[in-house]
Structures are given as C-alpha cells and as structure tokens.
Write a protein that binds this ligand. Structure first.
Ligand SMILES: NC(=O)c1ccc[n+]([C@@H]2O[C@H](COP(=O)([O-])OP(=O)(O)OC[C@H]3O[C@@H](n4cnc5c(N)ncnc54)[C@H](OP(=O)(O)O)[C@@H]3O)[C@@H](O)[C@H]2O)c1
Length: 265
C-alpha cells in the first residue's frame, strides 16, 4: 500500500470495493481526502481502486486487503496505516444472512456477527483512541433502517444493525466533550451487491424500488461533516423511520417479514 504523506486528510473506508462504501470513497476523494479503501476480496478491491482513480483524477486511492471478520484482519488493516492519522473512518463493511433462523447456517451467522459487530467494534476502538490522542476525527458507522425494527428472515442481520446504531449513539454521547464525532448512517434498500451476497435476490425488498448508493453516500458525507448524530438516507426512508418510531414492534416485524419474503419463505 503506498504511503507517501500528501498533507491531505486521510479517510479510511471499509467495504469500499462496491456499493455504498465505493461511493463513500468517491465522496472523500472528491472532497480533498486521500482514501484508504479496505475490503476482503483483492481483485474486486483493486478494480474498484483503479476505477475510482479514473473517475476522480485528483484523488489518491489506496487499497488495503483485510478480512474484517477476523481480529487478525482488523489488526492488519490498522497496522497497514503505518501510524498515519485517520481524519475520517467510515466503518461500513457489512453483510447479511437471509432465511428462517431455525434453518440458516450457524457459521454464516456467526461470521456476519464477526464482521458487522466484532470487527466494527475492534476497528472503531483502535481508530477512536488515535483520534482522541490527536484531538480530532470523525467516525461514520453504517447501520441500517432495519435497525429500528425486528427483521424476520434476516434476524441476525437486523440485530447486528440495531447493535451498531445503539453502540454508535452511545459512544457519541460519551464523546460529547471530546473533539471526535460519531454519525450513524441508516440506509434503506439500496442498489448494491448486498442482496446477491445475502442470497436475498428473490425477496420483495430486493425486487422493489431501491436508492442509488451515490445518493446515499452524498447524504452520509454531508451528515458526517456536519457532525449529525444519525442520517436516514432518502425521503421515503425518512418517512419510514418516523413511522417506525410510533408503530408497535410486532407490527414492524410483520412489515419486515413481508419485505424479506421470497420464493422459498
Ligand atoms: N444495500 C442495502 O440495501 C443496505 C441497506 C442498509 C445498510 N446497508 C449496509 O451498507 C453497508 C455496505 O453494503 P452495500 O449495500 O454497499 O453492499 P456491498 O456492495 O455488498 O458492499 C459490501 C462491502 O463490504 C465488503 N466486505 C464483505 N465482507 C468483508 C470482510 N469479511 N472483510 C472486509 N470487507 C468485507 C465487500 O467487499 P469484499 O466482499 O470483497 O470483501 C464490499 O466492499 C453494509 O454494512 C450493509 O449492511 C446496505
């Protein structure tokens, strides 16, 4: 990974090889940051890095391969930074598992918890401490709209996203007298590789209207730079989020069940 110090602020974006993370990396590049793009798949990540260099000629994009579902992977990514100060962390890598909990694969679910929960907590801990020591920093944590409600047929995924929202808002509060902000991103259904990776392509949510990841990333970038506590991307999702706050959990579970319904469930 090249590491020349350009004097520009550094953004670390995980899950940057596609979807929302790719678009976040583009936002940071367009707005004067050097960007370290992290993901697990080497070829896909390198292709993404080259594509972004073409799309943002003034930007400087580096690739860091790391499996963030493992402690070693998170440590490797952190050490690959070589002590360079991270101005912005977009802790965005994540994935889902779909299906009826009694039938889904336990290893897949434990891996999702490792990536969405343990890996996020580990990376945020490491980077946050450096930011506090330096006296500046911004952290964006990608949760989801589904964090506001139970997610039948994606029970583990929804629970990991609820964890991230609660975790992020809690540490944001702890940091109220410190010079580091934490912002929670809550996208609704977004047109990315997510549904294919989670084996959810046959579901109502995957086949319905979805947001453009570029729009999601732009809203996230603006909220992060404002230091907002949380941002729900898209007008329709803002309305859904407002409705969720006054709807019983049992009713929300049923709505999500219908959304996650597919050919075999
Ligand atoms: N799409 C939606 O509808 C939606 C809605 C709400 C929230 N979100 C959240 O948005 C975030 C980004 O997802 P996306 O929709 O943009 O999907 P995506 O296009 O599939 O992006 C997922 C990213 O995470 C990386 N990743 C997966 N496993 C990893 C691992 N073990 N270690 C490191 N990186 C890993 C992927 O690259 P590799 O697989 O090559 O490593 C990829 O770069 C996720 O946290 C997701 O939960 C998505």
């Amino acid at each position: 990974m090249p590491s020349a110090n350009t004097g520009r602020p550094l953004a670390l974006v995980t899950g940057a090889s596609s979807g929302i993370g790719y678009e976040l990396a583009r936002q940071f590049g367009l707005n004067g940051h050097d960007v370290v793009m992290a993901a697990d798949g080497r070829d896909k990540l390198e292709e993404a890095r080259i594509r972004l260099e073409g799309e943002v000629p003034a930007g400087r994009f580096e690739a860091a391969v790391a499996d963030l579902a493992t402690r070693e992977g998170v440590d490797r990514l952190y050490h690959a930074l070589g002590g360079r100060p991270v101005a912005v962390l977009a802790a965005n890598a994540g994935g889902g598992v779909a299906g009826k909990f009694s039938e889904t694969d336990l290893d897949d679910e434990l891996a999702a918890i490792q990536l969405n929960v343990s890996g996020q907590v580990h990376l945020v801990k490491l980077v946050l401490r450096d930011m506090l020591a330096r006296g500046e920093g911004r952290i964006l944590i990608t949760s989801s709209l589904v964090s506001l409600s139970p997610g039948p047929f994606m029970a583990i995924y929804a629970a990991t996203k609820a964890f991230l929202r609660s975790f992020g808002l809690a540490i944001r509060n702890e940091l109220e007298d410190d010079p580091v902000t934490v912002t929670i991103l809550m996208p609704g259904a977004t047109e990315t590789d997510f549904f294919e990776s989670a084996d959810m392509e046959d579901t109502n949510i995957a086949q319905g209207a979805k947001d453009d990841p570029a729009d999601v990333a732009k809203e996230a970038y603006d909220a992060l730079m404002k230091g907002s506590a949380q941002v729900v991307s898209g007008t329709a999702n803002k309305l859904r989020a407002a409705a969720a706050r006054i709807t019983p959990d049992t009713a929300l579970a049923q709505i999500n069940r219908d959304q996650a319904r597919g050919d075999d469930r």
